[in-house]
Design a protein around this ligand. Structure first.
Ligand code: FDA
Length: 309
């Protein structure tokens, strides 16, 4: 991992920088590439536009590591309202939530209660997705998911291909017939627990994707969402799935708003399930820094905004 990536992930965790930088116009302007806006209406409008192109949405209200129970409950309330909006507008959309935004840091039981409320409020044919955060939260997040699955089917969880442990976690999720979103991983993790080389992460992603799409997984009812912008990996997975006789509609790809738009459209047009994660909210700074960390060229893009070009 490059020094720049580490620096940007560290910047994402600085409250002081967050307070200052979110007031700078050029930062706000650059962040707009990845966010349709700060409020719910802009996210819903983006979801409607995506739907006209045959692309489903995954909506996330930005935030993490809340300070107290009241804040975690207010976030839950917000998501309950969002589920109502999705239902009344008939949008092809689901929600994705961060456990620490729902109180995991404060009390895992509080987080479970908040998640249970959301899953119970969500129609049974839609899934409430649980994001995966930094490695100290992985066990607790998988445990939340496992306990929710005891009572509800419509919950899914994200797993990160950069962690060595994920191969084992995928086996447990496979046995459950779970809904699993596979990503490379957005945080900065030590080589003791995560593949330090990008090529090894990519290979592990391909291996895990095949496992999640295997006859055994499909037989168990696994819903696999392949969440990457990596066109080479997408092409490899598509070629492998075609060899296995997996129908296009059974392959679901997810990307982030504002990244690889042409690829999102191409997949939808060619009959694959194409999903875009749309984030919104005032707390966008850490999220934006992680997007910059994923691609050094984005830091140049930020610099260009500084000079207004
Ligand atoms: P990779 O980083 O190799 O990028 C492949 C190509 O995609 C790049 O060469 C570039 O062209 C383009 N690209 C990628 N990122 C870009 C960016 N920020 N700006 C511009 N172009 C970019 N992570 C996590 O830890 N927990 C989670 O819950 C989630 N959830 C999640 C949901 C969805 C729907 C997606 C798409 C991603 C996540 N992630 C995540 C983030 C994920 O872990 C990862 O950091 C990013 O997707 C970037 O990795 P790629 O797989 O795209 O590959």
């Amino acid at each position: 991992m490059s020094w720049m990536r580490r620096a940007l992930v560290a910047a994402s965790q600085s409250a002081r920088l967050r307070e200052r930088a979110t007031r700078w116009r050029f930062v706000r302007r650059a962040a707009r590439r990845f966010l349709p806006g700060e409020n719910l209406d802009s996210a819903l409008a983006a979801a409607r536009t995506l739907a006209t192109d045959g692309i489903a949405s995954l909506l996330t209200h930005l935030g993490e590591n809340v300070a107290d129970r009241a804040e975690a409950e207010a976030v839950t309330e917000h998501y309950v309202g969002l589920l109502d909006h999705i239902r009344s507008a008939g949008l092809p959309a689901e929600i994705s939530v961060k456990p620490t935004h729902l109180g995991l840091d404060l009390d895992p039981e509080l987080c479970l209660a908040n998640l249970t409320r959301l899953v119970a409020h969500c129609p049974p044919d839609k899934t409430v997705w649980i994001d995966m955060e930094q490695s100290p939260h992985v066990d607790a997040t998988l445990e939340l998911h496992r306990r929710l699955r005891d009572t509800h089917r419509n919950v899914g969880v994200c797993v990160q291909a950069y962690l060595y442990r994920t191969a084992n976690d995928v086996e447990s999720l496979l046995r459950m017939g779970a809904a699993v979103r596979l990503v490379k991983g957005a945080y900065s993790e030590p080589p003791k627990i995560a593949f330090p080389k990008k090529s090894a992460v990519d290979e592990n992603f391909f291996r895990l994707a095949r496992r999640l799409l295997s006859p055994e997984a499909r037989g168990a009812g696994v819903r696999a969402v392949i969440a990457t912008h990596d066109r080479k990996l997408i092409a490899r997975i598509i070629a492998w799935a075609a060899e296995q006789g997996i129908a296009r509609q059974q392959l679901e790809f997810a990307m982030l708003y504002g990244i690889q738009r042409a690829e999102q459209l191409r997949l939808a047009r060619e009959g694959y399930r194409s999903v875009v994660l749309v984030s919104y909210g005032a707390y966008w700074f850490p999220w934006f820094m992680r997007r910059l960390a994923e691609r050094p060229a984005n830091a140049l893009f930020l610099a260009r905004n500084l000079f207004g070009s």
